[in-house]
Design a protein around this ligand. Structure first.
Ligand code: PBG
Length: 327
C-alpha cells in the first residue's frame, strides 16, 4: 500500500498553483536597454527582438515596458569609435548619451527606476573596464577614481541606481563616498559583486562593439571555477555599502546565487546575460526548443536559486506571458 502520494499535490492546475513555492512577477525584472547616438533603432543580429535604440525608440520601448508592468530598466550605451580613449573620459560628460537618456526618461516617466551601468568598457579604446597601462595591465585605483566620477555624473542626470559592473577592488566604497559628498545619499548602488569572466557576454559585446581588443578580462572578472570567492566579494561589497548585490551570469551560476543568498540579507540580483538569451532564442528559432516555456523555466529557476531581482532581455516577453492565465 502506497501511503505517500506526492502526485496528489500535482493533480490539477489549481492545486499546483496552491503549492507553488516560487513565483515570477514583472516586479522582479529589470529590462536592459541598448542605446546609441543614431536617430533610428538598429537590429542586433545575435539578439533576436532586441534593438539598439535612438532617443525616440528609447521612449517608445519604455512606454511599452511600463504598460506591461516592467518598472525598472538599465542602460548600456554604444559609443562611436572616435570618442573612445584609454581613460574613457567620454563617460564623464554630463551631456553624454547615458546622461541625456537618463534625464529624458526621468522627465517623461518619473515613476520608472532607472539603473545605469558604471564601467569604462563602452568608452575604452582597449575594450577594457578600466584604464590600461603600457604593459596592458588594467589599473585598479586610477580606474576607481574615474568610476566614482562617472557614478556622480549619472546621479546628476537623475539615475535612481548606479550599478558598477567593472569588478575593480574598492569601487563600491569610493562610489558611495563620492555620491554622498555630492549630495546623492539617496542614490542606490547595485553592485556586480560576483561577476565572472564568462564567454556568455559575446552578443552584448557585439551589440556595443565593446569586446576587449586583444586580451581578456580575467585579471578582474572572477574565474568561473570559483564559488567560495564570491562570498569574499559579498562581504566586501556589504562592508563598502552596496544596497543590492548581483551574480552574473545567472543560469550557469545557480549554485553561486544560492550561496550568495545564504550569505547576505541584502537583496540579490542575477543577470541572465546576452549569451543565455541568444542561446535560447537560437534554439527556439530552429524549432528545437519552445521559447516561452524554456524562458519562463530559466527565469523561475533563477528565482528558485535565491535571486530577488532578475536582469533579463526576456523581461517584456515574460511579463506578457505571465499575464496569460494558462501560464
Ligand atoms: C561591461 C558589461 C558586460 C555586460 C554587462 N556589463 C560585458 C563585459 O563585462 O564584457 C554583459 C551583459 C550581457 O552579456 O548581457 N561592464
Amino acid at each position: 500500500m502506497i501511503v505517500h502520494r506526492p502526485r496528489r499535490n500535482r493533480k490539477s492546475a489549481a492545486v499546483r498553483a496552491l503549492v507553488r513555492e516560487t513565483r515570477l512577477s514583472p516586479d522582479d525584472f529589470v529590462l536592459p536597454l541598448f542605446i546609441h547616438e543614431e536617430a533610428a533603432d538598429a537590429e542586433i543580429p545575435s539578439m533576436p527582438d532586441v534593438r539598439r535604440l535612438g532617443p525616440d525608440g528609447l521612449l517608445r520601448e519604455v512606454d511599452g515596458a511600463l504598460a506591461e508592468g516592467i518598472r525598472a530598466v538599465v542602460l548600456f550605451p554604444k559609443v562611436p569609435e572616435e570618442r573612445k580613449t584609454n581613460d574613457g573620459r567620454e563617460a564623464l560628460r554630463d551631456d553624454g548619451l547615458v546622461q541625456r537618456s537618463v534625464a529624458a526618461l526621468k522627465a517623461r516617466f518619473p515613476e520608472l527606476a532607472v539603473v545605469t551601468d558604471v564601467a569604462l568598457d563602452p568608452y575604452s579604446s582597449a575594450g577594457q573596464d578600466g584604464i590600461v597601462d603600457e604593459d596592458g595591465n588594467v589599473l585598479n585605483d586610477e580606474t576607481v577614481e574615474v568610476l566614482a566620477a562617472q557614478a556622480v555624473s549619472h546621479a546628476r542626470a537623475g539615475a535612481d541606481v548606479v550599478s558598477p559592473s567593472d569588478m575593480m577592488d574598492g569601487r563600491v566604497a569610493a562610489i558611495r563616498a563620492a555620491l554622498d559628498e555630492a549630495g546623492f545619499s539617496q542614490v542606490s548602488i547595485l553592485s556586480y559583486t560576483a561577476k565572472y569572466a564568462s564567454a556568455f557576454y559575446g552578443p552584448f559585446r557585439d551589440a556595443l562593439d565593446s569586446a576587449p581588443r586583444g586580451g581578456d578580462k580575467k585579471t578582474y572578472q572572477m574565474d568561473p571555477a570559483n564559488a567560495r570567492e564570491a562570498l569574499r566579494e559579498v562581504a566586501l561589497d556589504e562592508a563598502e555599502g552596496a544596497d543590492m548585490i548581483m551574480v552574473k551570469p545567472a543560469g550557469p551560476y545557480l549554485d553561486v546565487i544560492r550561496a550568495v543568498r545564504r550569505a547576505t540579507a541584502l537583496p540579490v540580483a542575477a543577470y541572465q546575460v546576452s549569451g543565455e538569451y541568444a542561446a535560447l532564442c537560437a534554439a527556439a528559432r530552429n524549432g528545437w526548443l519552445d521559447e516561452r516555456a524554456c524562458a519562463l523555466e530559466s527565469l523561475v529557476a533563477i528565482r528558485r536559486a535565491g535571486a530577488d531581482v532578475i536582469l533579463t532581455y526576456f523581461a517584456r516577453k515574460a511579463a506578457c506571458w505571465l499575464r496569460d492565465p494558462l501560464a
